[in-house]
Design a protein around this ligand. Structure first.
Ligand code: ATP
Length: 281
């Protein structure tokens, strides 16, 4: 069987006169956590909707679980889990009952529900009605619903938005475990630190087109600015590039006993993102 679980080739999509996706091309091998990053409105959710057949492309090819998406069967969709802001939870039912319902809809036992509640930090709130949940609790419950049938391919649209740092860390741990078990993850996020923690590769999308796609480390080496920040006694903070001229300048500053500290800025994905999209989140 092909090791490519998911791919798009030259996919275009317009809403009316507006081109939203423009020649989108990428592929995701089995077992990879693939991050899809981009500013608001770049086309991330639209891409997930195409991959999960909530929308249809204008042109190009999409394959899912080794076959053209047009030929995907109901059984293929049983192998997929989706978390998005349209994930439906029943407001008047408790968290535990929602997860049990999802298990029943998937035709599996509710045996995994207590485990998921525990792992998602929801055990003590299991009986809370969804309508009385905080945004973070709701988000974790929706993640539980997406995971209940142990999908081999998981689409996560901003899975940790609204979560506090502890819950976020627990979700990251769960995702790492899922990946170890061979689950393929397609994830959108605005959180660059999350992308670096969770994803083996990331694509950066801007105005509907992929502007870079690689391992976070590679992108950082390729695009991040390389700077030194020097705090001086009388000249304040100086920013130097890592160049020969700057080395001479730094030597001079040391000779003049000006240097209080030298800090080498580690390149980070946020800088890469800004460099490539020209936009903040
Ligand atoms: N049903 C629709 N009809 C018309 N335009 C749409 C529709 N859905 C999305 N769009 C437009 O398509 C573009 C991409 O939207 P999309 O939701 O994919 O962005 P996104 O990258 O997920 O943004 P965010 O990070 O804010 O969730 C936006 O300009 C949006 O306004």
């Amino acid at each position: 069987m092909s090791s490519t679980v998911l791919s798009m080739e030259a996919v275009d999509l317009s809403f009316g006169p507006k081109r939203v996706l423009d020649g989108l091309t990428f592929s995701v091998p089995r077992g990879e956590a693939f991050g899809f990053l981009g500013p608001s409105g770049a086309g991330k959710t639209t891409t997930i909707k195409l991959l999960t057949r909530q929308l249809t492309r204008d042109s190009g090819r999409i394959s899912l679980l080794g076959r053209p998406i047009e030929n995907a069967t109901a059984a293929d969709y049983e192998r997929i889990g989706i978390l998005s802001d349209t994930s439906a939870l029943y407001d008047r039912m408790s968290i535990a009952d929602n997860l049990a319902l999802y298990a029943r809809l998937r035709g599996i036992s509710r045996g995994r529900v207590p485990y998921l509640l525990e792992r998602l930090g929801l055990a003590k709130d299991a009986k809370t009605l969804i309508k009385n949940c905080s945004k973070g609790m709701r988000q974790r419950a929706a993640l539980g619903a997406a995971l209940v049938h142990q999908p081999e391919l998981l689409f996560l649209d901003e899975p940790t938005s609204g979560l506090d740092p502890a819950a976020r860390a627990e979700v990251h741990k769960m995702l790492a475990e899922l990946r170890q078990r061979g689950t393929t993850v397609f994830l959108t996020t605005h959180d660059m630190a999350e992308a670096e923690t969770v994803c083996q590769r990331v694509a950066i999308i801007n105005d509907g087109a992929i502007v870079a796609c690689d391992q976070p480390e590679e992108l950082k080496l390729r695009y991040a600015r390389n700077r030194l920040t020097v705090r001086t006694r009388t000249r304040g903070r100086l920013e130097l590039s890592k160049s020969r001229e700057s080395a001479q300048q730094l030597e001079q500053l040391f000779a003049e006993n000006e240097v209080l500290s030298v800090h080498s800025d580690e390149p980070n994905l946020e800088e890469v993102f800004l460099e490539l999209t020209g936009r903040e989140f």
